[in-house]
Write a protein that binds this ligand. Structure first.
Ligand code: NHW
Ligand code: EN5
Length: 388
């Protein structure tokens, strides 16, 4: 069934009903001298490369590989189109390792045909803070699929993570693997319903006309919360305090310090956006919301080639009702020309999804840990982690 995953230190399906297995690492670290010093063997035509994401030329090659070969929806109508600026942001957080940005090239032509990455992160699982790698952007060129290249790439990134004395990882996937710590659903809030319907992202509801649909999703021109503004560098300490206080309640969540918050949440145009509420009276930062920008290529449409999507990231309230804060997030996303605002049913998101007219999507997102067992699957609302 899973010839590769059965050999890996991950929760296995056969153990799902076993209540005696302890929570925590599945296997202990080995001495670094026992970590394989040489890269795994690739089929003869290919070679490993470390991708220097500082180089615009390398970034362009990675961008092109992903733009043409990365994740699609189940009907192959849309494909994620991460921008170069986004990739540079996602892959160079505080303390990142260049060696974890791994490419596979054709030896003879140097063409980039596969990619996988890790970035370091501290994740808290219940009361334990664990150093981990977040693995993302696994991609094999469409013409090289089903040749068991992915397991070699996963073993190679694992080896390079081990060399940094890190023994756990977190990752997400749209496919079911052994075994999810939780399974989330994507929800979608139409901002530009006419375009979404024209490109087949959504459908006109039963007994609905286009003009009724446009009216249904209409939003105010301006935000309503007094003191709502974009986050700035000077806000990093206050946002870190807010976020740390908030994420403490979830079973699995990142352990962010100020450097992490500066990197992951300070606005970068067309990459990540953060807004907060500064009390007009006390100047205290009381609430915070954020989203990242991930367009999708529209694969077979005469009129449009790109869908501009915002993805809900981390949101925290202490004073403003969450519904009102997220409505303001929708308003600024609409102002900045996004077509759709997406969110997972993680954290407290269920509190606003239905009320703010998000509808359930046809995609799921499964969350996984490598070499760390969790005794029972979590409810999505117990998860405080969003991966890009
Ligand atoms: S999820 C997005 C993954 N990328 C895509 O879906 C892009 C389009 N698809 C492809 O490029 C976000 C290929 O289909 C890929 C598979 C490359 C996906 N995760 O080479 P084979 C991430 O990037 C298993 C894990 O023949 P292929 C997260 C599959 O179950 N495993 O397939 C990445 C089978 O194993 P099994 C996946 O279609 C997390 C084997 O691969 C997978 O040519 C990585 C088949 O290989 C997936 N998304 O290439 C794990 N998709 O046992 C990190 C398939 O079932 C683990 N497979 O026989 C932690 C590592 C670090 C540890 C540190 C201590
Ligand atoms: C980890 N970093 O399936 C990424 N997207 O619902 C890897 N559906 O956009 C894992 N099929 O439902 C990625 N429209 C896993 C997700 C892969 C991409 C994916 C889904 C998520 C998606 C759209 C389009 C479907 C097109 C046909 C969808 C319905 C929207 C509608 C709006 C109005 C209210 C009801 C819902």
């Amino acid at each position: 069934q899973h010839k590769f995953w059965e050999t890996q230190p991950v929760g296995q399906f056969k153990d799902l009903d076993n209540p005696n297995l302890p929570e925590g690492p599945i296997e202990p670290p080995t001495p670094l001298s026992e970590v394989k010093a040489e890269p795994y063997n690739l089929p003869a035509p290919y070679e490993w490369v470390t991708c220097d994401m500082d180089l615009d030329s390398t970034c362009t090659e990675v961008y092109n590989l992903l733009t043409n070969n990365y994740v699609e929806d189940d009907e192959n109508m849309f494909r994620f189109n991460y921008s170069k600026e986004f990739l540079q942001w996602a892959l160079r957080p505080p303390g990142y390792y260049k060696a974890w940005h791994i490419g596979v090239r054709v030896k003879s032509t140097k063409k980039l045909v596969a990619f996988i990455t890790g970035v370091p992160a501290r994740l808290r699982v219940r009361d334990q803070v664990v150093k981990m790698a977040e693995i993302n952007f696994l991609c094999v060129h469409k013409k090289l699929r089903s040749k068991r290249l992915a397991p070699v790439m996963i073993k190679e990134v694992t080896r390079r993570v081990h060399l940094e004395n890190i023994w756990q990882a977190a990752y997400t996937a749209g496919v079911v693997l052994p075994t999810p710590i939780t399974t989330c659903r994507y929800w979608h809030r139409s901002l530009n319903p006419k375009k979404l319907i024209d490109v087949g992202f959504s459908r006109l509801g039963a007994r609905m006309t286009m003009s009724r649909t446009i009216r249904l999703y209409k939003l105010p021109e301006t935000t309503v919360t007094p003191g709502f503004r974009k986050m700035e560098l000077r806000d990093v300490p206050a946002v870190t305090r807010l976020l740390r206080g908030y994420l403490g309640q979830f079973a699995v969540a990142p352990d962010f310090d100020e450097d992490d918050v500066e990197h992951w949440l300070l606005p970068i145009e067309n990459v990540v956006d953060s807004y907060l509420v500064e009390s007009p009276e006390t100047h205290e930062v009381t609430d915070f919301c954020s989203f990242y920008t991930l367009p999708s290529s529209i694969l077979n449409n005469q009129n449009y080639s790109m869908l501009k999507a915002a993805y809900s990231y981390y949101n925290v309230t202490t004073k403003t009702p969450l519904l009102q804060l997220m409505n303001d997030a929708l308003i600024v996303a609409k102002q900045t020309d996004y077509d759709v605002f997406n969110a997972l049913d993680v954290m407290q998101n269920e509190e606003f999804l239905k009320e703010l007219k998000f509808g359930p999507g046809d995609g799921q997102l499964h969350y996984y840990l490598y070499n760390y067992r969790i005794r029972n699957a979590l409810n999505p609302s117990e998860l405080g982690l969003v991966l890009l």
